[in-house]
Ligand binder design. Sequence first.
Ligand SMILES: C[S@@+](CC[C@H](N)C(=O)[O-])C[C@H]1O[C@@H](n2cnc3c(N)ncnc32)[C@H](O)[C@@H]1O
Length: 251
Amino acid sequence: MQLRTRAEPEAGLFIAEGEKVIERALGAGYPMRSMLLSDKWLAVMAPVIARSVAPVYVAQPAVLEQVTGFHVHRGALAAMGRRPLPDPGALLAGSRRVVVLEKVNNHTNIGAIFRSAAALGMDAVLLAPDCADPLYRRSVRVSMGTVFAVPYARLGGPQDASPWPRALDLLAEHGYRRVALTPASDALDLRALRLEAGAKVALLLGSEGDGLSPGALAACELRVRIPMAAGVDSLNVAAAAAVACYALAGA
Ligand SMILES: C[S@@+](CC[C@H](N)C(=O)[O-])C[C@H]1O[C@@H](n2cnc3c(N)ncnc32)[C@H](O)[C@@H]1O
């Protein structure tokens, strides 16, 4: 994961799977490097193939399975080139509602969070260096291609002038209200959260194990919890993100 995030910008590639996802990636400006598919998908993929000059390899399903190590049931795989990630400051300057993730290293959760962020009107996602790759095949698939629609940036890498969690100071510099999502019982009930009209808001969510680190919590002005029935100690991070984005959309 560390190598992947380090090589993420121009150097890397990612795999898009299936007609819709490949189409969305092309539509978002990611260049296709090559495509691999079985002949029964050629006709379906023809319009997508026509949009690119990349080589297209056709093989028997058994060969596809041998090459990839899994059964390619969505018909086609495309190797896509990554694009450089935006500067986090520029992204914050042009946004109003952002999701900030710390140590969310499960690809399914990352994909689900992007899908909610897209559906519930969030402008961008900022990722701590230890978050999973949004362009990993599983994240892309779970997100239904919304990882191509919601801009994202990495914040506070070890080479940056302000490593994590100090990098979170950037949120305050850009005038964001920093809201930490935590199941802690002494946090404010999300239903009681009131924000000034037009406020810029950053929702911070943490890892499945430990939740937000003390450093990330200290960077927030507000600690907010989604009330739960007795006996349940926390929600899955993607479920919590969906609830919080929904609440913010209506605020
Ligand atoms: C599985 S939880 C982590 C649980 C961890 N033991 C803790 O105390 O934070 C993963 C993340 O989801 C969010 N989360 C989960 N349940 C929540 C709730 N009831 N209210 C607010 N945020 C919640 C938080 O951002 C948390 O860091």
